[in-house]
Design a protein around this ligand. Structure first.
Ligand code: AMP
Ligand code: ZN
Length: 454
């Protein structure tokens, strides 16, 4: 199967050709852990999880790395506000992030390196960059000198005069060029810091990804990605650092960027305050419902998020699980539908993949016996591949309460059956009404009574 991916570097959809088809290597820029992740970050994780799943289906081995930024001014400020150490705060939100990932049905990346575990390697890369004439020390800082790298701007295609991140911010006087960016900065005594040849300090944000991706995946690897906001300056700076430190290397081959999840047409972000955390949405919605919405648009398109979409997705999943609960699932081995796979392989076209899922669901409803089981197998295999329908239908339909609830309900259903046998229809109706008042719907059939939460 051929996978096609849109490469930001070439601005074209290209056939994915791995460096080594026996081992695919992918790196995606993960969260800065100073709070719960919002669903915009959730989208990024789900997008790269879908890509990871597709690659795993296609190739024998994939190493997927996604970093944790655990040293950053935002982390330092939040820790200060809470009166705890940056380590304590970042560890708390790293754990919360992993819990959210799991709830969203994402496989944990194979490696999730933390920036603070790679300080010596970051110092080493800075030394190489200074030795190669690409970086210089100034007032306790070390800066990457942008004019020293002729290819700077290749990814974002920014002309020279737009290459200054945060251009309206006053340019620090110690910079040789306004576009130069920080590799190392000094820490005051009350800030976290590490000893270095340039005094006690901490690395600039862009450095960790250059160092960790190379350390784990090698100087050249297949895919590097993250949200669209990272194209400039983050990924541009990573390329500059890596290609200048490792002369002759081209770093990543495919640059994949997901579009923004938006609220009212604006990028969802912590700084704008227009966000929902995954954590808070999980109080009301199953992670699979959130995942459904996050996959509903093709990953490069903006996704305008509303709570109504979650309600719609829940209704759809209720329908799917409801039917599967009735017909039963016996999928011994996944059966992959070609239309579904070619949709996914076409630059992760999830809307087309969903269209095929809906068609397969129609088949499940239209058929019976052997043909129905075949349709169920294709439908469930396809849904599972993108992390949907992973629960047991019975749990989905009757879940939401604890086991003692279920036992009490079963006991009442048994009592109602006995009451009917005894022709005590008043008691039988009373039980039905009592359960209905708790939102439990009974369905009688010749083989007995089943229940679900209404
Ligand atoms: P951050 O914690 O802000 O560094 O973001 C972690 C990852 O989520 C990065 O790959 C970002 O590009 C991505 N991201 C941040 N905000 C959004 C958004 N609103 N929509 C999609 N991806 C986002
Ligand atoms: Zn990065």
């Amino acid at each position: 199967m051929t996978i096609k991916l849109y490469n930001t570097m070439t601005r074209t959809k290209e056939e994915f050709r791995p460096i080594d088809a026996e081992h695919i290597r992918m790196y995606a820029c993960g969260p800065t852990v100073y709070n719960y992740i919002h669903i915009g970050n959730g989208r990024m994780n789900v997008v790269f999880d879908v890509l990871n799943r597709l690659l795993r289906l296609t190739y024998p081995k994939v190493t997927y790395v996604s970093n944790i930024t655990d040293i950053d001014d935002k982390i330092m400020n939040s820790a200060k506000e809470e009166g705890i150490s940056t380590k304590e705060l970042s560890e708390r939100f790293t754990e919360a992030f992993f819990a959210d990932l799991m709830a969203l049905g994402c496989d944990k990346p194979d490696v999730t390196p933390k920036a603070t575990d790679y300080i010596p390697q970051q110092i080493e890369m800075i030394e190489t960059l200074i030795a190669n004439g690409n970086a210089y020390e100034a007032e306790g800082h070390v800066l990457f000198h942008v004019p020293s790298y002729a290819d700077y701007g290749r990814l974002s295609r920014r002309p020279r005069d737009e290459q200054i991140a945060g251009a309206r911010v006053e340019v620090a006087p110690y910079k040789k060029d306004a576009a130069d960016f920080v590799l190392w900065k000094p820490s005051s005594d009350d800030q976290p810091g590490w000893d270095s040849p340039w005094g006690r300090g901490r690395p600039g944000w862009h450095l960790e990804c250059s160092v960790m991706s190379t350390d784990i995946l090698g100087k050249n690897f297949d895919i590097h990605g993250g949200g669209l906001d990272l194209t400039f300056p983050h990924h541009e700076n990573e390329i500059a650092q890596s290609c200048c430190a490792h002369k002759g290397s081209h770093f990543a081959n495919y640059w994949i960027h997901n579009g923004f999840l938006q609220a009212n047409g604006e990028k969802m972000s912590k700084s704008l305050g227009n966000f929902f955390t995954v954590h808070e949405l999980l109080e009301k919605y199953d992670g699979e419902v959130i995942r459904y919405v996050l996959m509903s648009a093709q990953y490069r398109q903006p996704l305008d998020f509303t709570l109504d979409q979650l309600d719609e997705a829940k209704k759809q999943l209720d329908r799917w699980y409801g039917v599967l609960d009735k017909v039963g699932i016996t999928v011994a081995k996944p059966v992959y539908n070609e239309t579904f796979l070619s949709a996914l392989s076409d630059d992760l076209n999830t809307p087309a993949a969903f269209a095929e899922l809906h068609r397969l669901f129609g088949e499940v409803n239209k058929t019976e016996g052997q043909a129905q089981q075949q349709a169920v197998a294709e439908f469930v295999s396809a849904a599972n591949l993108i992390g949907l329908l992973t629960k047991t239908p019975s749990d989905w339909v009757r879940g939401g309460g604890d086991d003692t609830d279920a036992l009490a309900i079963e006991a009442l259903i048994a009592e109602r059956a006995q009451a009917k046998k005894d022709k005590n229809f008043a008691r039988a109706d009373e039980i039905r009404n009592e359960l209905a008042a708790q939102g439990i719907v009974l369905e009688d059939s010749p083989t007995g009574t089943t229940w679900k939460r209404g």
